[in-house]
Ligand binder design. Sequence first.
Ligand SMILES: NC(=O)C1=CN([C@@H]2O[C@H](COP(=O)(O)OP(=O)(O)OC[C@H]3O[C@@H](n4cnc5c(N)ncnc54)[C@H](OP(=O)(O)O)[C@@H]3O)[C@@H](O)[C@H]2O)C=CC1
Ligand SMILES: N[C@@H](CC(=O)OP(=O)(O)O)C(=O)O
Length: 330
Amino acid sequence: MSYKVGIMGATGAVGREIIEVLHDRNFPVEKLRLFASVRSAGKVMETPFGEITIENADEADYSEMDIAFFAISGGWSQENAEKATSAGCYVIDNSSAFRYDDNVPLVVPEINANAIGDSKLIANPNCTTAIAAIPLYTLHKEYGVKKVIISTYQATSGAGAAGMSELTEETRNYLEGKEVGNKVFAYPIAFNAIPHIDSFQENDYTREEMKVVWETRKIFSEPDMSISCTCVRIPTMRVHAESIVIETEKPVNPADAKKLLSSVEGVELKDDIANNVYPMPITATKKYDVEVGRIRQNLVFGDHGLEFFVCGDQILKGAALNAVQIAEKL
Ligand SMILES: NC(=O)C1=CN([C@@H]2O[C@H](COP(=O)(O)OP(=O)(O)OC[C@H]3O[C@@H](n4cnc5c(N)ncnc54)[C@H](OP(=O)(O)O)[C@@H]3O)[C@@H](O)[C@H]2O)C=CC1
Ligand SMILES: N[C@@H](CC(=O)OP(=O)(O)O)C(=O)O
């Protein structure tokens, strides 16, 4: 069995990576179609599947596709998902448009693949959420996680291809002594750290921070889990890093937690401080597994608390890889 696959937003940071992951994982593709805006329509893209001419996403005929990966924007997904699913096409949506809809499964396959059921529309989680999810869920199952506090260090590619270009251009401007500006980010990103990702909410958290709360609860089926997050943009190209503190129901110790996490699919334990081994964006880049390390007993919660650091390629596990894993489950 092989499938007719469409990628909507194929020229973007996530779309490009979906093409690579489909090829790398030998997804059974009968025909691959690439779609983007009218600006890109007609251009030819080099892919591991050969040269493919980009089509206008607004004119897609979904009856010609079995699965469509949506990687454009929330608004575009809102406008087009129904058209696709009613034509019999499965939609795996990378945007936040449907994640909080009770009728749409929000899936990290290693955790809640069974939530897919017979839904034609499946939401892919926020990247910060997806990267923390597997180590957190593993510890939750074993020790019962009562409270979670996360601080993030998020890469510019989280803001798409334009975010990466702004980092490169503004770093060059800075080093050449030229005026430094900003369009994608709220302030110049070069040599900076900006505690502001997505819009501010009524409770003074940002929407990115609240996504971690809402989505973790939904994926874990734990509607009351106590979670708080601070999201910060830093001048890296890709990979989101997260410092995570948990309080647990049962006593927990770092040695047992390391042993547990070392056996989990999707996690690479990088924890050997004697040899300076720990997670970092430069080692986690283009890696499917999320790196986990710096695991230690938390000083505040004592033997009922852990503190650790994760680094995950947010274009992969936070978007393209997770989306393709959902397609594999389908
Ligand atoms: N970057 C990340 O780490 C993550 C992103 N996501 C989500 O994935 C989606 C895509 O993000 P990302 O790849 O980063 O974004 P990019 O800005 O890098 O890419 C956007 C893509 O959408 C296309 N596009 C833009 N406007 C339109 C339009 N009006 N009609 C049709 N196509 C259009 C672009 O085509 P063209 O080149 O022709 O302009 C491009 O292919 C978003 O919903 C984002 O929130 C989710 C998790 C992580
Ligand atoms: N907001 C994330 C990336 C992203 O697109 O997330 P979402 O799919 O939840 O909008 C970041 O900027 O790092």
